[in-house]
Design a protein around this ligand. Structure first.
Ligand code: HEM
Length: 178
């Protein structure tokens, strides 16, 4: 089996699993943990929160590391091997910036610094912001996935056919104009 195919598959699995963990964890924290803790006495709330924060911080750090490594690997393989539509790079740039904002907010929310403590006074709002940004990132990723990726080493006739398909002149696999 081709090593590049295998690596691509492993990184794709890592990317999707890390995204599920980070986004699912934030949704669970916002819509299950926060409302469940709200009616509890402050002392109990704080001790449960402290116990959860340390554990969730490890998950968040691992998810960020996996998303960055697998995402950068995917990106460089795609850019090196395929010709991409003109909108691909600006849309990828937007996704990257949104992901950085999500990572910064998530790291601060689970951190131990005074800035983290100040941010946690508005945990509900910051979790809302991160969930909205994460939904946007997943939607953008879905669009990136549908981008037509033409292999750079494709034979000139195949390239011409791809261009013709894009321009609506030809059906995939078809020989001539329709
Ligand atoms: C909150 C963070 C992120 C989430 C939720 C996320 C989610 C996703 C999802 C759901 C996919 C589609 C997977 C598939 O169908 O195979 C994807 C693809 C991808 N992601 Fe991410 N991602 C995140 C961060 C990143 C980062 C930081 C990078 C780059 C450093 C990155 C680079 C990519 C690339 C290159 C693809 C493939 C796009 C394509 O098919 O053209 N992602 N991501």
């Amino acid at each position: 089996m081709d090593i590049q195919y295998l690596l691509g598959l492993l990184f794709r699995w890592a990317h999707i699993l890390a995204a599920i963990t980070a986004v699912g964890g934030s949704i669970f924290a916002r819509f299950v943990v926060l409302p469940a803790l709200e009616p509890q006495p402050e002392e109990l709330r704080e001790s449960i929160h402290a116990a959860m924060r340390a554990r969730f911080a490890k998950l968040v750090a691992a998810a960020i590391a996996f998303l960055l490594v697998s995402g950068l690997y995917n990106f460089f393989v795609i850019v090196a091997n395929y010709e991409l539509p003109r909108w691909y790079h600006p849309l990828f740039g937007t996704k990257f910036l949104l992901a950085m904002a999500i990572f910064a907010i998530a790291s601060l929310l689970v951190g131990k610094t005074p800035a983290a403590a100040a941010m946690r006074k508005n945990t509900r709002t910051w979790l809302n912001v991160n969930i909205v940004l994460a939904v946007l990132v997943v939607c953008i990723s879905g669009v990136l996935r549908t981008a037509e990726k033409v292999p750079k080493d494709e034979a000139p006739e195949a390239k011409a056919e791809s261009a013709a398909i894009r321009a609506g002149f030809c059906k995939p696999g078809g020989r001539g104009l329709i």
